[in-house]
Design a protein around this ligand. Sequence first.
Ligand code: SF4
Length: 360
Amino acid sequence: MRHANTAIFVPHNGCPHRCSFCNQNAITGQAKQPSPADVEQAAKRAAETLPKGVTAELAFFGGSFTAIERNYMVSLLKAAQPFLQAGVFSGIRCSTRPDCIDADILSLLKDYGVKAVELGAQSMNDDVLRRNRRGHTAADVERAAGLIRAAGLSLGLQMMVGLPGDTPNGAWETARCLAALGPETMRIYPTIILSGSLLASWYQEGTYRPLELGEAVEICAGLLSFFEGESIRVIRLGLHSSPELERERLAGPWHPAFRELCESFLYLRAFRREWQKAEEVCTAFVNPRDLSAAVGQKRGNVRTLEQEGLHLSIRTKENVPRGWVEWKKNEIIRRCCIFDRPGQGAQNVSDAKEEVAVCG
Ligand code: SF4
């Protein structure tokens, strides 16, 4: 079953101040606040256009939803109710700050059909949080995550990579702390410098250096592998592409297909690992939807392997699960996952079929 969000942005609404890196007007491409009529209109559009077989949620993003003026917040939630009742949306999700969660607000959200709350954690290092003007601590993240789970809501967490004061080891420490909170979903954002942000002035003064694209891909690929290996779905990796983002982006490791770059990194790692073990193998099969990531941008993975003396043909098969590689050795079909699944290496499979769809 495929899934889609209909996003309604409430840019910076409810935020007590601006965090160092944030410019929601650039990220969301929107300056004005939505009205209940805007919610209705977006929901009607979704009802008319969502393909059959796609489950959808209505999502309030781009601000601190639980901290916005209460009557206004309720008016937005009320506008969505007929569409929840008609089954257009399976539920509502919202994003907010960890210090704007308490049992009362969660109970109110549940009354209006909210099923998931995403917390902008960004880091679990208090120095990094302080330096980036977050205005909350790691303990606030732990407390809010516990309340959301105790309320029976789905917990989503967001983290950033490359913030001022952070390090790759720090990002890994944050990832481990967040995974321990039991989220269902994660979003990972490499830090991008947006005009109008405090970070932009630090960059222009020369006191902040963003990650290079390659560094960000390496760190984020590792984190993707870690979370997926822990069965925590990474539902976003990198900021969405938009004309506003293009205009307002000053520097930083941005790429329109950032997730695919990370997946390509993991496919290359898997090919190298398995090739050393089975040098006679020269054909690898992947799911058709993963072909582009497996081959790499501009066939980068294939060319890199060739330079290393490995001539690999990458082909597709419908029954290879996404994120897996399949190959044949001594007439036995084997598969491995590109993510770090604890205690699981390559394995023999019995449900593999021989037909081949596309050559990569
Ligand atoms: S990062 Fe979140 S809390 Fe901070 S200013 Fe942006 S929307 Fe508000």
